[in-house]
Structures are given as structure tokens and as C-alpha cells.
Write a protein that binds this ligand. Structure first.
Ligand SMILES: Cc1cc2nc3c(=O)[nH]c(=O)nc-3n(C[C@H](O)[C@H](O)[C@H](O)COP(=O)(O)O)c2cc1C
Length: 441
């Protein structure tokens, strides 16, 4: 019975750019009316809206360069604003946390081109400035455009995960290197910190070397909440070993359940961590209306906004396959791809086992990132969320935007009270850090 009263963790999925995930979002007549995504006021408003809705965090996705897999060019990406332009994500964190008291921020930062030493320094600094409200979405750059932009050779999935493993080993050494009572701050003697308690990190690994003390005093959470969204076999093992929360996408409840069971088995069977140690957050795209008919009208309208070429550039970038070389009516195959395996599989399975053509894949992905669309009244949406919580094993939801800030305002005004009435969402924040909020049952 306890499972049936589980409360949902909510996160708002966005990017520091003109568009976030739904391709064509910026064209919507209600998108960013009176707001400039590149200015602080927009982020302050979005943050306050999510905090009003008792969200755990705003979750900022990121990639490091415009996709260029489609026809070996970033032309379509730029033309249709396919997650482009995208500004640097950590720059907006203090604006978001400065405008709120409880809302956390999930920050996507790639390990591919940054040494763990500066990564840990940045994340510890942000944990201080946010008073303990930072999560790090650990990614390793899957897209060829990112490697080319940094002038580097692309690397295969297995070597990306090998490097990541060592990245984490060194990161833990840095974050754990200051003992809690290292800072003395004794004005009379002039001693600020006891060097015996600020341990120098010496690391000589296969991929990284480091000799130095962590430059930042221990932060409120000690280290950011560790988040992961890889869902290949290696990605799931990495998450079961290191993460405190995952983000995954599945087209329906049956595959969510499989993922939830799989993660819990890995946790217990391979890594000696208890069931539930990793919060399972699944993506959904809510489209709420005052009636079902109104919601369905909104859904149809949004679908019309997705430009096919832009969506093809998006799936080419995300999956690492150049879809300019495939006929639009060709069925996509269940194969191992270079890019985001979990997203690819959710597209392959989006018709319940039926064939999905390239054109359909572009439409589904361009619109909803292969997440389930929850369309209807607030009660309809709450019903579906309850099903995912109880039958899919979800601990919460990453909400994919349709237009901003409006879709989050509508969700908070309509769906949040319904979820609260059902006892499925907190009515107040009880902790102070993001980790405390996320770990609440
Ligand atoms: C729902 C979801 C969201 C993701 N968001 C990002 C992102 O914002 N930036 C990024 O570089 N990678 C992102 N990824 C990629 C993964 O974190 C991971 O690096 C990639 O999926 C390759 O690992 P995998 O093959 O194990 O899935 C995302 C993946 C998923 C499934």
C-alpha cells in the first residue's frame, strides 16, 4: 500500500537556449511572449514558477556544439533552431538559485573536454552559492559535433565509460579531501586551515593525472547530487554504481517497469546498494487543457510546428546516424548506435513492437523526444502519472516543455493542485538541500 501513496518528484526539463527539446517550440505563438531567454528575468520567473509547483529542480540539458551529423553539416540545425543557439548552462545557475529558496538545479556538464580538477572546483563553488541545491548530470559527449568543435577524435561508448569511471574516482578524491574540521579560522593565531586535514590529492591514472589540494572549502552537500541519463548496459551499470538519480525515457509503462526492475536488480545484485537508492525519473510531456478537447487541440497544434528537416537533424545528432542517407519510409532497426542508446530504443519501441519509419521517428522525436505525452484535463494527467508511479516504478517525472514559460505555469496552476489533493506531491519543502528533497519518499 505504501507504493500507492508514493509522491512524485518533479523536474522541469529545459535548456539555456531559444528552444529546448521540442523542435519548433520557439514558433509557438505562446512561446516566451514578453521574455528573452538570454536574460536573467526569464530564468528568475521560470525558477519561481517551478518552486511554486514544489518541483525538486530545474534540469538544464546541454550539448557542446550544434549537431552536424545530418548530411555532415550543421546547416539544418542552425536553420530550424534545433537546440541551437544553446548558451553555457552553469552561468544561469546562480540566477535560478538566487531567485528561489528551495528549488534545485540539475546541471548537465560534459566530462569529455574538462579535467576533473576544474569540474569539481566549479561544482563545489555552485553548491556553495546555491546553499546545497546542485545536481550534476554526468555526460561524456556522444555527438560527433562536440568532438569536432573541440578538435578531438570521437571516442567509442566503451572508452567513454572507462574514462568516466576514472573521472569519478578522481572527483571523489577531490570532494572528500577536506576533513570536516579542517577550517580553524583562528584570528588570534592567524591559522585559517589545518593543512594536515586538507589532503593533497595525488592521482596517476590511465586517463588523468592530478597533484593538488581541492581549491574549494567543503560545500553544503559535500558533492553535488549525482545524476545520470545513460541507458545502455554500461550506462545502467555506471548509474547503479555512482548515481543518486537517473533520467530515462520510455514510451509506456511496461518498459518503464522493466527499467525500474533492472536498475533495482543491478543496485542490489552488482553494487550492494539497496533497492530504491537511485531515484528513477522518467520523461513525460504534459499537455493540459480545461477539457480533453482543448488539450487535444493543443496537441495537434504543437505537432504542426515540427519542421521535418529540423527533426531529422536532431535524430541524426542524437543517434549518430546520418538520416539524410535513409529513405523516409524505411523502418529504423534495433541496432547499437554511437549516440544516445536509450532514446533510440524508446523510438524503436514507440509503436509497441510495430515498425517505425524514419519519417515517424523524426516526428515523434522532434515533438516529444519519444516521451509519453500526457494529454487531457488535470485529472487525466494525474491519473497517468499515478499509473507510472505505481505500475512503472517511477519516483518522479522530467517534464518536457511545449512552450515556455507558459506550459510550466499551466502545469503548476492546474496539475500540481490535483496531484497534491491526491497526496501525490509535497505541499511544502521540508529539507534544505536538493539531496534531502530528492531522497524524500
Ligand atoms: C533522457 C536523456 C537525456 C539526456 N540528456 C543529455 C544532455 O543533456 N546532454 C548530453 O550530452 N547527453 C545527454 N544524454 C546522453 C546520456 O547522458 C549518455 O551520455 C548517452 O546516452 C550515452 O550513453 P548511453 O549509450 O549509455 O545511453 C541524455 C540521455 C537521455 C536518455
Amino acid at each position: 500500500m505504501q507504493e500507492s501513496r508514493k509522491r512524485a518528484h518533479l523536474l522541469g526539463f529545459i535548456q539555456h537556449g531559444v528552444n529546448s527539446h521540442a523542435t519548433g517550440m520557439w514558433r509557438h505563438p505562446k512561446d516566451k511572449v514578453g521574455w528573452n531567454y538570454a536574460r536573467p528575468a526569464y530564468w528568475q520567473h521560470l525558477a519561481r514558477t517551478m518552486e511554486r509547483g514544489m518541483f525538486d529542480a530545474m534540469f538544464i540539458a546541454d550539448e557542446l556544439a550544434p549537431y552536424n551529423t545530418f548530411a555532415n553539416s550543421s546547416e539544418e540545425t542552425v536553420k530550424w533552431a534545433v537546440q541551437c543557439p544553446t548558451h553555457e548552462p552553469s552561468t544561469i545557475v546562480p540566477i535560478i538559485t538566487g531567485a528561489t529558496r528551495h528549488l534545485g538545479v540539475g546541471l548537465t556538464l560534459s566530462t569529455a573536454f574538462e579535467h576533473p580538477y576544474s569540474m569539481c572546483r566549479r561544482l563545489s563553488s555552485l553548491d556553495h552559492l546555491s546553499e546545497g541545491r546542485i545536481a550534476w548530470n554526468i555526460v561524456s559527449s556522444y555527438s560527433k559535433s562536440e568532438w569536432e568543435a573541440y578538435g578531438a577524435e570521437t571516442s567509442e561508448r566503451s572508452s567513454r565509460y572507462d574514462r568516466l569511471e576514472e573521472y569519478m574516482e578522481l572527483s571523489y578524491k577531490l570532494w572528500d579531501s577536506w576533513e570536516p574540521d579542517a577550517i580553524v579560522a583562528d584570528k588570534a593565531s592567524g591559522i585559517y586551515a589545518d593543512p594536515a586535514k586538507v589532503h593533497e590529492v595525488v592521482h596517476e591514472g590511465r586517463f588523468y593525472r592530478c597533484r593538488g589540494r581541492h581549491f574549494v572549502a567543503p560545500s553544503p552537500q559535500g558533492r553535488p547530487v549525482l545524476w545520470q541519463a545513460g541507458s545502455s548496459d554500461q550506462g545502467r551499470d555506471f548509474a547503479a554504481k555512482h548515481a543518486e538519480a537517473i533520467f530515462a525515457v520510455h514510451p509506456g509503462v511496461a518498459r518503464m517497469r522493466q527499467h525500474s526492475d533492472d536498475m533495482n536488480e543491478r543496485l542490489q545484485g552488482k553494487f550492494d546498494r539497496p533497492k530504491g537508492a537511485v531515484k528513477l525519473i522518467y520523461g513525460v510531456q504534459p499537455i493540459v487543457g480545461s477539457s480533453r478537447a482543448e488539450a487535444q487541440e493543443k496537441q495537434a497544434f504543437i505537432r504542426e510546428l515540427v519542421p521535418q528537416s529540423g527533426a531529422l537533424a536532431l535524430i541524426s545528432g542524437h543517434f549518430g546516424l546520418d538520416f539524410s542517407k535513409y529513405p523516409l519510409d524505411q523502418a529504423i532497426q534495433d541496432i547499437e548506435i554511437f549516440g544516445i542508446q536509450g532514446m533510440y530504443e524508446s523510438i524503436v519501441h514507440s509503436r509497441g513492437g510495430g515498425a517505425v519509419t524514419v519519417a515517424e521517428a523524426a516526428e515523434i522525436y522532434g515533438l516529444q523526444f519519444s516521451m509519453p505525452q500526457l494529454v487531457g484535463t488535470a485529472a487525466d494527467i494525474a491519473d497517468q502519472m499515478e499509473t507510472f508511479l505505481d505500475e512503472g516504478g517511477a519516483d518522479g517525472f522530467m517534464l518536457l516543455a511545449t512552450y515556455t514559460p507558459g506550459c510550466f505555469e499551466e502545469f503548476v496552476d492546474l496539475v500540481v493542485p490535483e496531484m497534491q489533493r491526491r497526496g501525490r506531491l509535497r505541499t511544502h519543502y521540508s529539507g534544505s538541500t536538493l539531496r534531502e528533497h530528492l531522497m524524500e519518499a
